[in-house]
Structure formats: structure tokens, C-alpha cells
Design a protein around this ligand. Structure first.
Ligand SMILES: *Cc1c(COP(=O)(O)O)cnc(C)c1O
Length: 449
């Protein structure tokens, strides 16, 4: 494998493409998380990818831990998924009529998410959470929603305060353009803080329609739920007649079949899904108890629609993907690889003496430049993002592609080999040592002058 070359000539192909991109696209990107603002430099321009590896427009090869932000649990261009998409493309890409494919994917979802008695497919995770909240408000007749600081639920108006992912990366606390009256309907509470949830319910009692939570938070870096946290959310919401929405856009089909709700044995009222269920094509879904879902049009008055919803290409890719996840030992083997990586990273931190801590939940990992384990957003925000930028650059130089932000997770796929993992761990050790060296030198200079 070639390690990325530093082409010092006039302009690389990637740079040339990015010049054109910035001229015609906002910031040169179609999603802010792809920009390299927090780490410096210019984004990778992807050319093609296979398995765990991605090549940029200059032919540099990377071991990819972004994997389309978690959508690709099988890695890039899995032959079975590609075949399913190609087969369907030749039969038509969209009909605007129901298909059997939608039934097939919905059944696969319900089989492993028993809380989803009925499912509605949409085209993104954003649409899924936005629609779930609309439904929750309609069902309870209450307008307030509780969310957790550092959790990300897509970019719809109600969720753009103290949100994770790109908003954390860019330091956007609240978003202009969201009417104040709407923003006031979202109550933010620290993640993992049961007392704060109790307090917000004491204050607003029967006005809160729903609590929405990432049951395994992965958009402020990876922050697993403390023991009892999710159970407490279930009890508190039941006690107050509010609905509990699990946003499993990342965790669904990532941590196990049936997502975090199966792992922790908690039944939410509504669930949102995305990413993995589309096999790399645009998709989202929300589902839940029949009596709730039956309020959605055409059965009920809660309106929600989509020209490309349940798109046959996306359904085909989703079905092909989910069918590969049921292979015996799939999650066990993913866990083994992820553990190898997690253990390697923890050891590298120990060996280099870096001021850092690592977190892992299954195939989700984050290396935080923090002294203490990160349990909520305020702790995540204390991380040394400058050090992260140095680390990110060191990894990139060594052919390892991470999400360009401290506030994101690494996604291990079934396509990452032990050799990939071992190379990654070596790169982590070297990159941590290199930033320690940089800081050491700077310190030395300061002492000398
Ligand atoms: C990615 C994500 C979303 C938004 O999904 P999009 O498809 O990007 O709109 C919502 N919730 C969570 C937990 C996510 O990680």
C-alpha cells in the first residue's frame, strides 16, 4: 500500500477540484462535517473506495474510519450491495408507487426492532427525527421536547441547539434562522444526568411531549450511556406521560441486531433509523407502537410525505446489507476487530504518555484529548482540539482517514482486516508521539529563548 505522497508540485488534482468546488459549492462541500475547518487544510476529494480503503483524486490510499459517517458497516462497495443496486437500477430507479422492496426492508427492521410495530421510510435521518417529533407532539398534545447537549438529531429546526456533530465542530451553539419561539420548545439537558432530567420534568410537568436521545451518543465523540441512564429515561417519561424516542440512526444495526434498545433491554415509544439501513444510499426511517404510527397520514392526520421515500435503490441496498448482517458471527467478528483497535489505541496512549483517553462501544471509538473519561458534552468540549488537529494530520500522513473533528466517532467496518487495524494502531502510536515531540520542542524553544 502506498502511503500518501506529499506532492509539492504546483497543484494536486485534489486541490484543483477543491478550488472549483469552493467556487460553486458553499465551502466546497455539501455537508459541513466534510470540511477540514477544525483540523486545517482541505478536505479529501474521494475518487473511489473498496472495502476499508479509500483513494483520493491523486491516487493516495487511506484506511477509512469515516465509512460514510457510519453508513457502511460492510465497508465500501460490497459486491452483494453493488449487485443489488445495479439489478434494481436496470428495473427502474423510482416509481412513486409502493413496491415489495419496502415491505421486505420494513419486515427486516421489525423482526429485530420489535418496538417498531409499524415503520415509515424517509430519505434521511433528519427527516426521520423531525417526523418522529411531529408525531410525538401530535400524540401527546404537548409541544416541549427534551434533548441532550451534544446529541445530534439531524438539522431540522428543533434540534439545532447545543447539538453535536458539525455544530460542535464549528462551535455553533444555536442556529440563526431558527425562530426563537421554536428554539424555546427544545429543552437541553446534560447527557447521563438523570437528576437534570427529573428537574426539567418537575419544572415543565405535563408540557413535555417527548424525550429524544441517542442511546449511545456518538456525535460529541463517543459517549456511552452510564448504567441506569436509559432505564431512568424510560421510567421518567412513563411517569409523566411523555414519549421516549430513541434516535438509533447510528446505533441501530451498529452495536447489534436491534440496536441499543435490544442491547440495554429498553422499549422506546418511537425509534429513528438511518445510515446502515440504506447500505450507503440515502435513507431514514421512523417506527414505533402501532397506535402511534397509525396517526400518520394516510391513516391519521399527522402529515409526512416524500417523493423519493422508500426509494427502490435505497431499499435494495438496505435489504442486501441487512441480509449480510445476519451471517452467523457477524457482530462477534466486528467486535473482535474493534476490540483489537480499542485495546491498541489504549496501549498507545499509555506508551506515549499522551494526555488522552479512549472510549469504545462495539465498533464505535473516539480518542479524546482529555484527562478524564468523557461522559457529557461539557467534558467533551474541554478536549484539546488543537492536539486533535495535530493527531488527525499525523494519521492522514500515515494513510489513515479519521473524521476531521474531535467530536466524532471512528467507525470500524467488517471490511477492516487485522492488518488494517495493526497499521492503524502503529500510526496512532507514531502520531501521538509526534505531537508530544512537537509540544516538547516548542517548550524547549521557549525555555532557551
Ligand atoms: C447522522 C445522524 C442523524 C441525521 O441523519 P442524516 O441522514 O444526516 O440526516 C440523526 N441522528 C443521528 C444520531 C445521526 O448520527
Amino acid at each position: 500500500m502506498n502511503s500518501p505522497k506529499k506532492v509539492k508540485l504546483e497543484q494536486t488534482r485534489s486541490q484543483e477540484i477543491f478550488r472549483r468546488a469552493t467556487d460553486v459549492l458553499v465551502g466546497g462541500v455539501n455537508s459541513p462535517v466534510r470540511a477540514f475547518r477544525a483540523v486545517g487544510g482541505e478536505p479529501i476529494i474521494a475518487d473511489h473506495a473498496a472495502g476499508a480503503h479509500l483513494w483520493d483524486a491523486d491516487g493516495n490510499e487511506y484506511i477509512d474510519y469515516v465509512c460514510s459517517w457510519g453508513a457502511l458497516i460492510l465497508g465500501h462497495a460490497h459486491p452483494k450491495v453493488v449487485q443489488a443496486i445495479a439489478h434494481q437500477a436496470a428495473r427502474g430507479t423510482s416509481y412513486g408507487m409502493p413496491t415489495e422492496l419496502e415491505v421486505e426492508l420494513a419486515q427486516r427492521v421489525r423482526n429485530v426492532f420489535p418496538s417498531c410495530e409499524k415503520v415509515r421510510f424517509v430519505s434521511s435521518g433528519t427527516e426521520a427525527t423531525m417526523s418522529a417529533v411531529r408525531l410525538a407532539r401530535a400524540a401527546t398534545g404537548r409541544d416541549l421536547i427534551v434533548k441532550f447537549e451534544g446529541c445530534y438529531h439531524g438539522h431540522s429546526d428543533s434540534f439545532l441547539s447545543e447539538a453535536g456533530s458539525g455544530l460542535a465542530t464549528l462551535g455553533i451553539a444555536g442556529c440563526p434562522g431558527v425562530p426563537q419561539v421554536l428554539a424555546e420548545l427544545t429543552l437541553n439537558v446534560p447527557y447521563n444526568d438523570v437528576a437534570a432530567v427529573e428537574k426539567v420534568f418537575d419544572l415543565h410537568r405535563d408540557k413535555i411531549g417527548a424525550v429524544i436521545v441517542e442511546p449511545i451518543a456518538a456525535n460529541m465523540g463517543l459517549v456511552p450511556p452510564k448504567s441506569g441512564f436509559l432505564q431512568a429515561l424510560r421510567e421518567i417519561t412513563v411517569r409523566h406521560g411523555a414519549l421516549l424516542i430513541f434516535d438509533e440512526v447510528i446505533s441501530g444495526f451498529r452495536v447489534c441486531h436491534g440496536g441499543a434498545q435490544t442491547l440495554f433491554g429498553i422499549t422506546p415509544d418511537l425509534t429513528t433509523l438511518g445510515k446502515i439501513i440504506g447500505g450507503g444510499l440515502p435513507v431514514g426511517a421512523y417506527g414505533g407502537r402501532r397506535d402511534l404510527m397509525d396517526r400518520v397520514a394516510p391513516l391519521g392526520p399527522v402529515y409526512q410525505a416524500g417523493t423519493l421515500s422508500g426509494n427502490p435503490l435505497a431499499m435494495s441496498a438496505g435489504i442486501a446489507s441487512l441480509d449480510l448482517l445476519v451471517a452467523p458471527g457477524f457482530y462477534e467478528s466486528l467486535e473482535a476487530r474493534s476490540k483489537r483497535l480499542g485495546d491498541g489505541i489504549a496501549a498507545a496512549i499509555g506508551e506515549t504518555g499522551a494526555v488522552a483517553t479512549s472510549a469504545r462501544a462495539g465498533s464505535l471509538l473516539t480518542l479524546f484529548f482529555a484527562r478524564e473519561p468523557v461522559t457529557d458534552y461539557s467534558a467533551a468540549k474541554k478536549c484539546d482540539t488543537r492536539k486533535f488537529a495535530g493527531f488527525f494530520g499525523g494519521m492522514l500522513d500515515r494513510g489513515i482517514l479519521l473524521a476531521p473533528s474531535q467530536f466524532e466517532a471512528m467507525f470500524v467496518s467488517a471490511a477492516h482486516s487485522d492488518a488494517d487495524i495493526d497499521r492503524t494502531v502503529a500510526a496512532v502510536r507514531e502520531s501521538l508521539a509526534a505531537i508530544a515531540g512537537q509540544y516538547g520542542t516548542a517548550l524547549l524553544k521557549k525555555c532557551v529563548t
